[in-house]
Write a protein that binds this ligand. Structure first.
Ligand code: DHB
Ligand code: FE
Length: 285
């Protein structure tokens, strides 16, 4: 038996990583965002799991647009930090956990989620920025091995929110049946509302974001019922990344305890959000 001890939802805006890498976190434009992260980071530093699973999307950096798997998993020993055009971020490469990856793959395929497998994968800001949000000063290594689960949010037709939530629930069952690890953390990344291009470039919807932040804790089924079109209408064309929060949430219990949440506008052209949940909560019979 392995146990999911926490779930972390966080935006993965590349400039958040750049601000950290370039020593800009105390600048007035950035300080409030990082102040908002502080309680979550302090709690996470006291609650390091044996292994983490990070649900993210690649942005045509690790994998080009000719091949876009709907759902995929990495089974590698290590994942290199991708060069997104400015050189690789000066953060550690990621150590994986092939045994747990294979267990998840087997169990998810058996449950009808036919994941594509990456035996080799460079991870972009969708992956490394959430790791930096979790651990601002990793030193030589991130706090534990991390397994990538990749979701297509960039090419139509993206998986539905309901399918992402169901994947999370299957993931939770797969983790519970694993003998090899003790404790597991799950990250769901992306969002919040944003649109980077087109007629609505710069679109941000705080009303929707606050609804989402509340419902991801208390009513994830409501979010799972949102259509692709509704998500894009309400959250912007890239705000559909929020479906990855539902994979994380599906792997947690029905009832969770919110440790901390934060919301800040803007980070780049994006509404940045964070929500951290303790999964070690007594469940109703
Ligand atoms: C930006 C890129 C992202 O992948 C994202 O999720 C939010 C913002 C950006 O380039 O600003
Ligand atoms: Fe993104």
């Amino acid at each position: 038996m392995s146990e999911v001890i926490w779930g972390l939802a966080t935006s993965h805006v590349p400039s958040i990583g750049a601000a950290m890498d370039r020593g800009m976190i105390d600048q007035p434009v950035w300080a409030p965002l990082f102040e908002g992260y502080r309680p979550a980071r302090e709690w996470l530093a006291r609650n390091t799991p044996d292994v983490a699973i990070l649900v993210y999307n690649d942005h045509a950096n690790g994998v080009d647009l000719d091949i876009v798997p709907t759902f995929a998993i990495g089974t590698a020993e290590t994942y290199r930090v991708a060069d997104e055009g400015f050189g690789r971020r000066a953060v550690p490469d990621v150590v994986g956990d092939p045994d747990l990856s294979f267990h998840l793959l087997e169990n998810l395929v058996d449950e009808g989620f036919d994941l594509t497998v990456f035996q080799e994968l460079d991870v972009d800001h969708g992956f490394t920025v959430p790791l930096s949000v979790w651990t601002p000063e990793p030193g030589d290594a991130w706090p534990c091995p991390v397994i990538p689960i990749m979701v297509n949010v960039i090419r139509y037709p993206q998986p539905t929110a309901a399918r992402c939530y169901a994947l999370g629930q299957a993931l939770g069952r797969a983790i519970a049946s694993y003998q090899g690890a003790g404790t597991v953390g799950i990250l769901g990344t992306g969002g919040m509302s944003h649109q980077l291009a087109g007629a609505r470039a710069g679109f941000i919807n705080p009303t929707f974001d606050h609804m989402f932040l509340d419902a991801i804790e208390n009513d994830p089924e409501k979010l799972a019922s949102l259509s692709r079109e509704e998500l894009i209408r309400q959250a912007g064309s890239e705000g559909i990344e929020l479906i990855m929060w539902l994979v994380m949430r599906g792997a947690l219990h029905k009832q969770v305890r919110k440790v901390h949440s934060a919301y800040h506008v803007p980070a780049s052209n994006t509404a940045a959000g964070l929500a951290l949940f303790d999964n070690r909560v007594a469940q109703p019979a």
